[in-house]
Design a protein around this ligand. Structure first.
Ligand SMILES: Cc1ncc(COP(=O)(O)O)c(C=O)c1O
Length: 466
Protein backbone atom coordinates (compact mmCIF):
# COMPACT_ATOMS: atom_id res chain seq x y z
CA UNK A 1 0.00 0.00 0.00
CA UNK A 2 1.51 3.32 -1.02
CA UNK A 3 1.82 5.97 1.66
CA UNK A 4 1.26 9.57 0.60
CA UNK A 5 2.50 11.16 3.80
CA UNK A 6 5.29 13.62 2.98
CA UNK A 7 7.92 13.33 5.68
CA UNK A 8 9.95 16.26 6.98
CA UNK A 9 13.45 15.99 5.58
CA UNK A 10 16.39 15.64 7.90
CA UNK A 11 18.37 18.70 6.83
CA UNK A 12 19.69 20.79 9.75
CA UNK A 13 17.71 23.91 10.67
CA UNK A 14 19.79 27.02 9.98
CA UNK A 15 19.40 30.03 12.34
CA UNK A 16 18.86 32.54 9.49
CA UNK A 17 16.69 30.30 7.34
CA UNK A 18 13.66 32.03 5.77
CA UNK A 19 13.08 30.01 2.59
CA UNK A 20 10.18 32.05 1.20
CA UNK A 21 11.84 35.44 1.72
CA UNK A 22 15.09 34.10 0.31
CA UNK A 23 13.28 32.87 -2.80
CA UNK A 24 11.59 36.26 -3.24
CA UNK A 25 14.82 38.22 -2.77
CA UNK A 26 16.57 36.09 -5.32
CA UNK A 27 13.63 36.28 -7.74
CA UNK A 28 13.42 40.08 -7.53
CA UNK A 29 17.14 40.50 -8.14
CA UNK A 30 17.23 38.14 -11.12
CA UNK A 31 13.82 38.04 -12.85
CA UNK A 32 14.18 41.16 -15.02
CA UNK A 33 11.02 42.33 -16.81
CA UNK A 34 7.92 40.36 -15.82
CA UNK A 35 5.97 39.11 -18.81
CA UNK A 36 3.69 37.25 -16.41
CA UNK A 37 1.09 37.77 -13.67
CA UNK A 38 0.31 39.69 -11.53
CA UNK A 39 -0.68 42.64 -13.70
CA UNK A 40 1.11 45.26 -11.57
CA UNK A 41 4.46 43.70 -12.63
CA UNK A 42 6.05 44.52 -9.30
CA UNK A 43 5.79 48.29 -9.85
CA UNK A 44 4.38 50.75 -7.34
CA UNK A 45 1.04 52.06 -8.66
CA UNK A 46 0.63 55.75 -9.41
CA UNK A 47 -1.52 56.56 -6.35
CA UNK A 48 -2.24 55.06 -2.96
CA UNK A 49 0.80 53.70 -1.21
CA UNK A 50 -1.11 51.30 1.00
CA UNK A 51 1.67 48.88 1.89
CA UNK A 52 2.18 50.06 5.46
CA UNK A 53 2.18 47.62 8.36
CA UNK A 54 0.06 50.19 10.21
CA UNK A 55 -2.72 49.73 7.62
CA UNK A 56 -3.02 46.05 8.47
CA UNK A 57 -6.00 46.27 10.83
CA UNK A 58 -9.16 44.29 11.47
CA UNK A 59 -12.58 44.91 13.04
CA UNK A 60 -12.01 48.63 13.71
CA UNK A 61 -14.92 50.80 14.91
CA UNK A 62 -14.88 52.82 11.69
CA UNK A 63 -16.32 49.74 9.96
CA UNK A 64 -19.52 50.00 12.02
CA UNK A 65 -20.93 52.81 9.84
CA UNK A 66 -23.60 52.08 7.23
CA UNK A 67 -22.51 51.78 4.52
CA UNK A 68 -19.08 51.00 5.87
CA UNK A 69 -16.03 52.17 3.88
CA UNK A 70 -15.59 48.79 2.20
CA UNK A 71 -19.26 48.72 1.11
CA UNK A 72 -18.91 52.27 -0.20
CA UNK A 73 -15.79 51.30 -2.14
CA UNK A 74 -17.61 48.26 -3.56
CA UNK A 75 -20.40 50.58 -4.74
CA UNK A 76 -17.85 52.76 -6.53
CA UNK A 77 -16.23 49.68 -8.10
CA UNK A 78 -19.67 48.42 -9.21
CA UNK A 79 -20.28 51.74 -10.96
CA UNK A 80 -16.94 51.54 -12.73
CA UNK A 81 -18.06 48.19 -14.19
CA UNK A 82 -21.73 49.08 -14.74
CA UNK A 83 -22.74 46.27 -12.34
CA UNK A 84 -25.69 46.44 -9.93
CA UNK A 85 -23.62 45.09 -7.06
CA UNK A 86 -19.97 44.14 -6.56
CA UNK A 87 -18.24 42.17 -3.78
CA UNK A 88 -14.53 42.44 -2.92
CA UNK A 89 -12.70 39.14 -2.64
CA UNK A 90 -9.41 38.68 -0.82
CA UNK A 91 -9.35 35.06 -2.02
CA UNK A 92 -8.68 35.68 -5.71
CA UNK A 93 -11.24 34.83 -8.35
CA UNK A 94 -11.81 31.49 -6.61
CA UNK A 95 -14.18 32.88 -3.97
CA UNK A 96 -16.25 34.84 -6.55
CA UNK A 97 -16.55 31.71 -8.72
CA UNK A 98 -17.65 29.57 -5.76
CA UNK A 99 -20.08 32.09 -4.25
CA UNK A 100 -21.36 33.21 -7.67
CA UNK A 101 -22.21 29.68 -8.78
CA UNK A 102 -23.74 28.62 -5.47
CA UNK A 103 -25.90 31.78 -5.41
CA UNK A 104 -26.91 31.42 -9.07
CA UNK A 105 -27.90 27.74 -9.05
CA UNK A 106 -29.64 25.87 -6.23
CA UNK A 107 -27.59 22.93 -4.96
CA UNK A 108 -28.40 19.79 -6.93
CA UNK A 109 -29.62 21.73 -10.01
CA UNK A 110 -28.75 20.70 -13.55
CA UNK A 111 -26.30 23.16 -15.13
CA UNK A 112 -24.52 23.40 -18.48
CA UNK A 113 -20.80 23.83 -17.83
CA UNK A 114 -18.06 24.82 -20.24
CA UNK A 115 -15.34 22.17 -19.95
CA UNK A 116 -12.59 24.81 -20.26
CA UNK A 117 -13.37 25.51 -16.58
CA UNK A 118 -10.82 26.36 -13.91
CA UNK A 119 -10.61 24.12 -10.85
CA UNK A 120 -12.60 26.70 -8.84
CA UNK A 121 -15.63 25.84 -11.03
CA UNK A 122 -14.92 22.18 -10.28
CA UNK A 123 -14.92 23.13 -6.57
CA UNK A 124 -18.40 24.66 -6.90
CA UNK A 125 -19.61 21.53 -8.72
CA UNK A 126 -18.45 19.44 -5.73
CA UNK A 127 -19.97 21.79 -3.13
CA UNK A 128 -23.24 22.35 -5.01
CA UNK A 129 -23.73 18.68 -6.00
CA UNK A 130 -24.80 19.85 -9.44
CA UNK A 131 -25.85 17.57 -12.28
CA UNK A 132 -23.55 18.66 -15.08
CA UNK A 133 -24.12 18.78 -18.81
CA UNK A 134 -20.80 19.47 -20.50
CA UNK A 135 -20.04 21.86 -23.32
CA UNK A 136 -16.72 20.85 -24.82
CA UNK A 137 -14.24 23.29 -26.36
CA UNK A 138 -14.31 23.05 -30.11
CA UNK A 139 -10.63 22.20 -30.23
CA UNK A 140 -7.56 21.67 -28.09
CA UNK A 141 -4.17 21.82 -29.74
CA UNK A 142 -0.53 22.22 -28.87
CA UNK A 143 -1.60 22.75 -25.25
CA UNK A 144 -3.84 25.62 -26.34
CA UNK A 145 -7.62 25.70 -26.12
CA UNK A 146 -10.26 27.48 -28.14
CA UNK A 147 -13.32 28.64 -26.22
CA UNK A 148 -16.78 27.14 -26.28
CA UNK A 149 -18.68 29.15 -28.86
CA UNK A 150 -22.00 27.35 -29.43
CA UNK A 151 -25.12 27.43 -27.26
CA UNK A 152 -26.22 24.10 -25.74
CA UNK A 153 -28.46 22.07 -28.06
CA UNK A 154 -31.36 22.16 -25.53
CA UNK A 155 -31.98 23.71 -22.13
CA UNK A 156 -34.66 21.30 -20.85
CA UNK A 157 -34.35 21.13 -17.06
CA UNK A 158 -31.04 23.07 -16.94
CA UNK A 159 -31.07 26.12 -14.64
CA UNK A 160 -28.42 27.92 -16.66
CA UNK A 161 -24.85 27.89 -17.82
CA UNK A 162 -21.32 28.51 -16.53
CA UNK A 163 -18.89 29.85 -19.12
CA UNK A 164 -15.16 30.52 -18.85
CA UNK A 165 -14.08 33.50 -20.90
CA UNK A 166 -11.45 34.20 -22.07
CA UNK A 167 -9.15 31.18 -22.24
CA UNK A 168 -5.80 31.40 -20.49
CA UNK A 169 -4.38 32.78 -23.75
CA UNK A 170 -7.01 35.50 -23.95
CA UNK A 171 -9.27 34.01 -26.64
CA UNK A 172 -12.94 34.97 -26.27
CA UNK A 173 -16.00 33.67 -28.07
CA UNK A 174 -19.00 35.88 -28.86
CA UNK A 175 -21.29 34.67 -26.09
CA UNK A 176 -24.15 37.10 -26.83
CA UNK A 177 -26.19 34.38 -28.61
CA UNK A 178 -25.59 31.92 -25.75
CA UNK A 179 -26.72 34.52 -23.21
CA UNK A 180 -29.84 35.31 -25.24
CA UNK A 181 -30.73 31.61 -25.59
CA UNK A 182 -30.18 30.97 -21.88
CA UNK A 183 -32.30 33.94 -20.84
CA UNK A 184 -35.05 32.91 -23.26
CA UNK A 185 -35.13 29.57 -21.40
CA UNK A 186 -35.29 31.44 -18.04
CA UNK A 187 -31.76 30.33 -17.19
CA UNK A 188 -28.95 32.18 -15.42
CA UNK A 189 -25.61 32.96 -17.08
CA UNK A 190 -22.49 32.89 -14.92
CA UNK A 191 -19.20 33.87 -16.55
CA UNK A 192 -15.78 33.21 -15.05
CA UNK A 193 -13.99 36.19 -16.62
CA UNK A 194 -10.99 35.87 -14.32
CA UNK A 195 -8.55 36.99 -17.03
CA UNK A 196 -10.69 39.78 -18.53
CA UNK A 197 -11.31 42.26 -15.70
CA UNK A 198 -9.49 45.03 -17.61
CA UNK A 199 -11.71 44.95 -20.71
CA UNK A 200 -13.44 48.31 -20.79
CA UNK A 201 -12.64 49.81 -24.21
CA UNK A 202 -11.97 48.76 -27.79
CA UNK A 203 -9.86 46.94 -29.04
CA UNK A 204 -10.35 44.61 -26.05
CA UNK A 205 -13.13 42.03 -26.32
CA UNK A 206 -16.54 43.20 -25.07
CA UNK A 207 -16.92 42.23 -21.40
CA UNK A 208 -19.42 39.65 -20.16
CA UNK A 209 -21.22 42.32 -18.11
CA UNK A 210 -21.71 44.45 -21.20
CA UNK A 211 -22.97 41.37 -23.04
CA UNK A 212 -25.63 40.82 -20.36
CA UNK A 213 -24.27 38.00 -18.16
CA UNK A 214 -26.03 37.79 -14.77
CA UNK A 215 -23.02 36.93 -12.57
CA UNK A 216 -19.37 37.60 -13.42
CA UNK A 217 -16.20 36.66 -11.51
CA UNK A 218 -13.00 38.68 -12.00
CA UNK A 219 -9.45 37.98 -10.84
CA UNK A 220 -8.27 41.58 -10.93
CA UNK A 221 -4.71 40.81 -9.80
CA UNK A 222 -4.15 38.82 -12.97
CA UNK A 223 -4.13 41.83 -15.27
CA UNK A 224 -4.71 45.09 -13.40
CA UNK A 225 -2.71 47.02 -10.77
CA UNK A 226 -3.97 45.14 -7.72
CA UNK A 227 -2.28 42.83 -5.25
CA UNK A 228 -2.34 39.08 -5.75
CA UNK A 229 -5.45 37.46 -4.26
CA UNK A 230 -7.77 40.36 -5.09
CA UNK A 231 -10.94 39.47 -6.97
CA UNK A 232 -14.44 40.72 -7.68
CA UNK A 233 -17.89 39.25 -7.99
CA UNK A 234 -20.51 41.28 -9.88
CA UNK A 235 -24.21 40.74 -10.42
CA UNK A 236 -26.67 42.62 -12.62
CA UNK A 237 -30.37 42.27 -13.42
CA UNK A 238 -33.03 40.34 -11.52
CA UNK A 239 -31.95 36.71 -11.93
CA UNK A 240 -29.46 36.40 -9.06
CA UNK A 241 -30.30 37.73 -5.62
CA UNK A 242 -27.72 39.74 -3.69
CA UNK A 243 -28.98 38.11 -0.46
CA UNK A 244 -28.06 34.68 -1.84
CA UNK A 245 -24.55 35.90 -2.67
CA UNK A 246 -24.24 37.40 0.85
CA UNK A 247 -25.30 34.09 2.40
CA UNK A 248 -22.73 32.07 0.48
CA UNK A 249 -20.07 34.74 1.02
CA UNK A 250 -20.57 34.33 4.77
CA UNK A 251 -20.06 30.58 4.42
CA UNK A 252 -16.99 30.73 2.19
CA UNK A 253 -15.07 33.94 2.95
CA UNK A 254 -12.68 34.77 5.77
CA UNK A 255 -14.04 36.90 8.62
CA UNK A 256 -10.68 38.74 8.80
CA UNK A 257 -10.08 40.14 5.31
CA UNK A 258 -6.70 41.80 4.79
CA UNK A 259 -7.08 45.57 4.69
CA UNK A 260 -3.95 45.78 2.58
CA UNK A 261 -5.75 43.78 -0.11
CA UNK A 262 -8.96 45.78 0.39
CA UNK A 263 -6.94 49.01 0.10
CA UNK A 264 -5.46 47.70 -3.12
CA UNK A 265 -8.99 47.16 -4.47
CA UNK A 266 -10.04 50.61 -3.27
CA UNK A 267 -7.10 52.15 -5.13
CA UNK A 268 -8.13 50.23 -8.23
CA UNK A 269 -11.72 51.52 -8.18
CA UNK A 270 -10.32 55.06 -7.90
CA UNK A 271 -7.92 54.47 -10.79
CA UNK A 272 -10.69 53.02 -12.99
CA UNK A 273 -12.71 56.24 -12.59
CA UNK A 274 -9.83 58.53 -13.66
CA UNK A 275 -10.21 60.02 -17.15
CA UNK A 276 -6.86 58.71 -18.39
CA UNK A 277 -7.33 55.11 -17.18
CA UNK A 278 -9.18 53.77 -20.21
CA UNK A 279 -6.84 55.71 -22.49
CA UNK A 280 -3.80 54.09 -20.88
CA UNK A 281 -5.26 50.63 -21.57
CA UNK A 282 -6.23 51.55 -25.12
CA UNK A 283 -2.71 52.82 -25.85
CA UNK A 284 -1.18 49.62 -24.42
CA UNK A 285 -3.45 47.49 -26.62
CA UNK A 286 -2.52 49.46 -29.71
CA UNK A 287 1.19 49.14 -28.96
CA UNK A 288 0.72 45.40 -28.37
CA UNK A 289 -1.00 45.03 -31.75
CA UNK A 290 1.98 46.75 -33.41
CA UNK A 291 4.26 44.28 -31.59
CA UNK A 292 2.15 41.41 -32.95
CA UNK A 293 2.53 42.73 -36.50
CA UNK A 294 6.28 43.22 -36.11
CA UNK A 295 6.66 39.68 -34.80
CA UNK A 296 4.54 38.31 -37.66
CA UNK A 297 6.86 40.16 -40.07
CA UNK A 298 9.78 38.42 -38.34
CA UNK A 299 8.15 35.07 -39.15
CA UNK A 300 6.38 34.32 -35.87
CA UNK A 301 2.97 32.65 -35.90
CA UNK A 302 0.86 34.27 -33.20
CA UNK A 303 -1.90 32.16 -31.63
CA UNK A 304 -4.18 35.15 -30.91
CA UNK A 305 -3.95 36.38 -34.53
CA UNK A 306 -4.70 32.83 -35.75
CA UNK A 307 -7.75 32.64 -33.45
CA UNK A 308 -8.97 36.02 -34.67
CA UNK A 309 -8.84 34.72 -38.24
CA UNK A 310 -11.12 31.87 -37.08
CA UNK A 311 -13.67 34.48 -35.91
CA UNK A 312 -12.81 34.72 -32.18
CA UNK A 313 -11.90 37.88 -30.30
CA UNK A 314 -8.54 37.99 -28.52
CA UNK A 315 -7.07 40.09 -25.74
CA UNK A 316 -4.37 42.27 -27.35
CA UNK A 317 -2.27 42.00 -24.18
CA UNK A 318 -1.91 38.20 -24.36
CA UNK A 319 0.84 37.18 -26.73
CA UNK A 320 1.40 33.51 -27.53
CA UNK A 321 4.08 32.78 -30.08
CA UNK A 322 4.18 29.34 -31.69
CA UNK A 323 7.53 27.59 -31.50
CA UNK A 324 9.40 25.28 -29.13
CA UNK A 325 8.34 26.75 -25.76
CA UNK A 326 11.53 26.19 -23.81
CA UNK A 327 13.77 27.48 -26.63
CA UNK A 328 11.66 30.62 -26.92
CA UNK A 329 11.76 31.07 -23.15
CA UNK A 330 15.56 30.74 -23.23
CA UNK A 331 15.75 33.62 -25.73
CA UNK A 332 13.94 36.02 -23.43
CA UNK A 333 15.42 34.83 -20.14
CA UNK A 334 18.14 37.45 -20.39
CA UNK A 335 15.56 40.23 -20.19
CA UNK A 336 12.67 38.72 -18.29
CA UNK A 337 10.33 35.88 -17.32
CA UNK A 338 7.46 34.45 -19.35
CA UNK A 339 3.92 33.48 -18.25
CA UNK A 340 3.88 29.90 -19.53
CA UNK A 341 5.36 27.56 -22.07
CA UNK A 342 4.10 24.45 -23.79
CA UNK A 343 6.06 22.18 -26.09
CA UNK A 344 4.87 24.27 -29.04
CA UNK A 345 4.23 27.74 -27.64
CA UNK A 346 5.27 30.46 -25.25
CA UNK A 347 2.88 32.98 -23.69
CA UNK A 348 3.61 36.51 -22.47
CA UNK A 349 1.32 38.74 -20.45
CA UNK A 350 1.80 42.37 -21.51
CA UNK A 351 0.75 45.30 -19.33
CA UNK A 352 0.47 49.08 -19.79
CA UNK A 353 3.78 50.81 -19.12
CA UNK A 354 5.99 47.92 -20.26
CA UNK A 355 8.62 48.25 -22.94
CA UNK A 356 7.38 45.95 -25.70
CA UNK A 357 10.41 46.72 -27.89
CA UNK A 358 12.67 44.93 -25.42
CA UNK A 359 10.57 41.80 -25.86
CA UNK A 360 10.63 42.12 -29.66
CA UNK A 361 14.42 42.41 -29.65
CA UNK A 362 14.86 39.45 -27.32
CA UNK A 363 12.58 37.27 -29.46
CA UNK A 364 14.34 38.14 -32.71
CA UNK A 365 13.43 36.22 -35.87
CA UNK A 366 11.20 33.14 -35.55
CA UNK A 367 13.31 30.01 -34.97
CA UNK A 368 11.22 27.93 -37.34
CA UNK A 369 7.79 27.98 -38.88
CA UNK A 370 5.59 25.66 -36.78
CA UNK A 371 4.44 22.52 -38.52
CA UNK A 372 0.83 22.69 -39.71
CA UNK A 373 0.10 19.87 -37.21
CA UNK A 374 0.80 22.27 -34.35
CA UNK A 375 -2.45 24.02 -35.25
CA UNK A 376 -4.39 20.88 -36.11
CA UNK A 377 -7.78 20.33 -34.51
CA UNK A 378 -7.94 17.49 -31.99
CA UNK A 379 -11.30 16.15 -30.82
CA UNK A 380 -11.85 16.77 -27.12
CA UNK A 381 -12.13 13.41 -25.33
CA UNK A 382 -15.65 13.10 -23.87
CA UNK A 383 -15.94 10.45 -21.13
CA UNK A 384 -18.84 8.39 -19.81
CA UNK A 385 -20.23 9.59 -16.47
CA UNK A 386 -20.74 6.85 -13.87
CA UNK A 387 -21.87 9.07 -10.98
CA UNK A 388 -22.20 12.77 -10.11
CA UNK A 389 -19.07 14.73 -9.26
CA UNK A 390 -20.12 15.14 -5.64
CA UNK A 391 -21.06 11.47 -5.20
CA UNK A 392 -17.68 10.41 -6.57
CA UNK A 393 -15.90 12.96 -4.37
CA UNK A 394 -17.62 11.70 -1.21
CA UNK A 395 -17.47 7.97 -2.06
CA UNK A 396 -14.69 5.89 -0.43
CA UNK A 397 -11.64 5.75 -2.67
CA UNK A 398 -8.31 4.04 -3.21
CA UNK A 399 -5.06 4.94 -4.98
CA UNK A 400 -4.08 2.82 -7.99
CA UNK A 401 -1.29 3.18 -10.56
CA UNK A 402 -2.67 5.27 -13.42
CA UNK A 403 -1.70 2.59 -15.97
CA UNK A 404 -4.05 0.13 -14.15
CA UNK A 405 -6.96 2.60 -13.91
CA UNK A 406 -8.71 1.88 -17.24
CA UNK A 407 -12.43 1.28 -16.58
CA UNK A 408 -12.26 2.77 -13.05
CA UNK A 409 -14.09 5.91 -11.91
CA UNK A 410 -12.02 9.02 -11.10
CA UNK A 411 -12.45 10.65 -7.68
CA UNK A 412 -10.83 13.97 -8.63
CA UNK A 413 -10.28 16.12 -11.71
CA UNK A 414 -7.26 15.12 -13.81
CA UNK A 415 -5.88 18.27 -15.33
CA UNK A 416 -2.77 18.58 -17.48
CA UNK A 417 -1.27 22.03 -16.95
CA UNK A 418 -0.86 23.63 -19.42
CA UNK A 419 -3.53 24.04 -20.72
CA UNK A 420 -5.27 23.56 -17.33
CA UNK A 421 -8.46 22.08 -18.75
CA UNK A 422 -9.47 18.79 -17.05
CA UNK A 423 -9.44 15.73 -19.29
CA UNK A 424 -11.39 13.76 -16.69
CA UNK A 425 -13.43 14.82 -13.66
CA UNK A 426 -14.66 12.96 -10.58
CA UNK A 427 -17.37 10.47 -11.53
CA UNK A 428 -16.06 9.83 -15.05
CA UNK A 429 -14.83 6.44 -16.28
CA UNK A 430 -11.16 6.49 -17.29
CA UNK A 431 -10.54 5.08 -20.77
CA UNK A 432 -7.42 3.49 -22.29
CA UNK A 433 -7.11 6.53 -24.50
CA UNK A 434 -7.10 9.04 -21.62
CA UNK A 435 -4.75 6.98 -19.48
CA UNK A 436 -2.24 6.56 -22.35
CA UNK A 437 -2.53 10.21 -23.21
CA UNK A 438 -1.83 11.35 -19.65
CA UNK A 439 1.09 8.92 -19.31
CA UNK A 440 2.57 10.12 -22.63
CA UNK A 441 2.21 13.78 -21.69
CA UNK A 442 3.83 13.12 -18.33
CA UNK A 443 6.67 11.02 -19.78
CA UNK A 444 7.44 13.62 -22.45
CA UNK A 445 7.39 16.39 -19.84
CA UNK A 446 4.63 18.11 -21.84
CA UNK A 447 2.51 18.89 -18.82
CA UNK A 448 2.26 18.62 -15.06
CA UNK A 449 -0.80 16.47 -14.40
CA UNK A 450 -2.79 17.89 -11.49
CA UNK A 451 -4.85 15.31 -9.56
CA UNK A 452 -2.31 12.47 -9.77
CA UNK A 453 0.63 11.64 -7.49
CA UNK A 454 4.06 10.60 -8.74
CA UNK A 455 5.37 7.54 -6.86
CA UNK A 456 8.73 6.30 -8.10
CA UNK A 457 8.45 6.12 -11.89
CA UNK A 458 4.68 5.69 -11.73
CA UNK A 459 1.77 8.08 -11.57
CA UNK A 460 -1.01 7.09 -9.16
CA UNK A 461 -4.60 8.17 -9.35
CA UNK A 462 -7.42 8.29 -6.81
CA UNK A 463 -10.41 6.21 -7.92
CA UNK A 464 -13.81 5.32 -6.51
CA UNK A 465 -13.79 2.10 -4.47
CA UNK A 466 -15.90 -0.50 -6.31
C1 LIG B 1 -10.22 30.97 -15.54
C2 LIG B 1 -9.83 31.09 -14.09
N1 LIG B 1 -10.80 31.22 -13.17
C3 LIG B 1 -10.52 31.33 -11.86
C4 LIG B 1 -9.22 31.33 -11.42
C5 LIG B 1 -8.95 31.45 -9.94
O1 LIG B 1 -8.30 32.64 -9.70
P1 LIG B 1 -7.46 32.92 -8.36
O2 LIG B 1 -6.19 32.18 -8.52
O3 LIG B 1 -7.32 34.40 -8.39
O4 LIG B 1 -8.28 32.45 -7.22
C6 LIG B 1 -8.17 31.20 -12.35
C7 LIG B 1 -6.76 31.16 -11.89
O5 LIG B 1 -5.83 30.96 -12.63
C8 LIG B 1 -8.48 31.06 -13.71
O6 LIG B 1 -7.52 30.91 -14.65
Amino acid sequence: MASWVRRMDSRPVLPQEMPVLSMLDSYVSRAGERWHMPGHKGRRPEFGDFLHWSYDVTEIDEMLQTPNPVERSEELMARSYGADRTWYSVAGATLPVLAGMLAAFPPGATVWVDRTMHRSVFGALVLGGYQVKWLYPSLVQAGLTLPVAKAPPAWEEARGIVLTRPTYDGIAADIAPIIAACHAANGVVMVDEAHGSHWMVSPYPVSALQLGADVVAHGVHKTQDALTQTGLLHIQGHRVMADEVDRWWRVLATTSPSYLLLASLDRLQWARRQPHYAERWRAAAEAALVLREDLAAAGWVIWQAWAERQGYAADPLRLTVMGPGSAVEARVKRVGRVEKTTQDSCTFLLSPGQNFDALKEALGPAPLVPSPQALNPMPYPALETAMSIRDAWLHPGRWVPLRDAVGLVAKDALTPYPPGVPVAVAGEVLTRNIVDWLLDWHAAGRAVIQGVKPQGDDLWVWVVEA
